[in-house]
Design a protein around this ligand. Structure first.
Ligand code: NAD
Ligand code: ZN
Length: 350
């Protein structure tokens, strides 16, 4: 099989051939039709996360081993199944749930494998889908597409799933206004999902007017370019001069986290999702006085992915795929994402 692999931080991805694996027991071999290009692939390629104050969290310290094949948004057809597989047959069109856990820790026992203490996620801790084949360790991680287009389905495994978890968290205080920061792959799904599952008015913020136009088409009631120094005051004034009930920060860097905190009303809810990173100082006393909640959101569980597939099947959400690349162009795909040239999601069609 042919794979585009990360051999080390910031090294060009290397396209190489290896033996196509044979699925054993519960394993399933999926022929990859499409794999989403996520900003998290970029962090993996860059070698880690910005902790702020010049500190860097290396992915290798979190258990990543190079070389690794990235790609955690995998859709394809079942090529071959192991002898113990049931309910899945050769030729089925499937989406792969990549957030595989240990199966033993409290999170896994509660069916939240995405929050496992020792994750084994595909495309991060084990080889993923920048490849023409992907070996899925157990058939329970597959979901049938049943009519959803494979290119669109890819984003439901990460960008859609993460946005779904985050928007559900932002909806806990019955918001009248939700601010979505970042109109990239995740944020545009966030706007659509917020429109579909909440009653809130949606305010979307980004640095790029074209992305904001798309956010508006996808259901944002207000869009603001945060290059404008008045953005914070403008958001507060849209929110009846009280501030926003919830903010979902799909960037989560110092300027966006500060913006989020500055517009949050009393009893507000800040959901941090992006991994751009860095650090901020904050006034501690306002947290109890305003009784705000600051929480993180990390991907989502398998059942949420099934719910999302259903929303996509009914046309309630429509993941936007704006660019397609071949496996040989994996480097260009990542470079384009880094240069903010991609609207919504790009996929690689191996
Ligand atoms: P993307 O590159 O598609 O989109 C990022 C968007 O943020 C772009 O539209 C960009 O213009 C905008 N942006 C950047 N800096 C900004 C700023 N200062 N102010 C306003 N807007 C700004 O990325 P993506 O694939 O949507 O991923 C977003 C982040 O979420 C990444 O850090 C990614 O690793 C992370 N992520 C987190 C999870 C999770 O479970 N928590 C899952 C997947 C991805
Ligand atoms: Zn992702």
């Amino acid at each position: 099989m042919k794979s585009a692999r990360i051999t080390g931080p910031n090294e060009p991805l290397k396209v190489s051939e290896s033996q196509t694996p044979k699925p054993l027991g519960n394993q399933v071999l999926v022929k990859v039709k499409a794999v989403g290009v996520c900003h998290s692939d970029l962090h993996l390629w860059e070698g880690g996360y910005d902790l702020g104050d010049g500190q860097f969290m290396k992915v290798t310290d979190r258990g990543v081993k190079y070389p690794v094949t990235p790609g955690h948004e995998i859709a394809g057809t079942v090529e071959e199944i192991g002898s113990d597989v049931t309910g899945i047959s050769k030729g089925d069109s499937v989406l792969v749930y990549p957030w595989i856990g240990c199966g033993q820790c409290p999170a896994c026992k509660a069916e939240n494998e995405n929050l496992c203490d020792t994750p084994k996620s595909l495309g991060v801790f084990q080889d993923g889908g920048y490849s023409d084949y992907s070996l899925v360790p157990h058939y329970k991680y597959l979901a049938k597409l049943d009519g959803v287009n494979p290119d669109s389905a890819t984003s439901l495994a990460c960008s859609g799933l993460t946005a779904y978890t985050a928007i559900k968290k932002s909806n806990q205080n019955m918001p009248e206004f939700i601010v979505v920061i970042g109109a990239g792959g995740l944020g545009l799904m966030g706007v659509q999902i917020a429109k579909a599952i909440t009653k809130a008015k949606i305010i979307c913020v980004d640095l790029d007017d074209q992305k904001l136009d798309t956010a508006k088409e996808m259901g944002a009631d207000y869009v603001l370019n945060s290059k404008d120094p008045e953005t914070s005051q403008k958001i507060i004034s849209i929110c009846n001069n009280m501030g926003a009930d919830s903010v979902v920060d799909f960037v989560n860097a110092p300027p966006t986290a500060k913006l989020g905190l500055s517009v949050l009303r009393k009893r507000g809810n800040l959901v941090l999702v992006g991994l751009f990173g860095g650090s901020i100082e904050m006034s501690l006393v306002t947290i109890p006085l305003k009784s705000i909640i600051i929480q993180g959101a990390y991907t989502g569980n398998y059942h949420d992915m099934l719910e999302l597939l259903d929303l996509a099947r009914k046309g309630i959400i429509n993941p936007m795929i704006s660019k397609r690349y071949s496996l040989d162009d994996a480097n260009t795909a990542l470079e384009d994402l880094k240069a903010r040239k991609i609207l919504g999601r790009a996929v690689i069609n191996p």
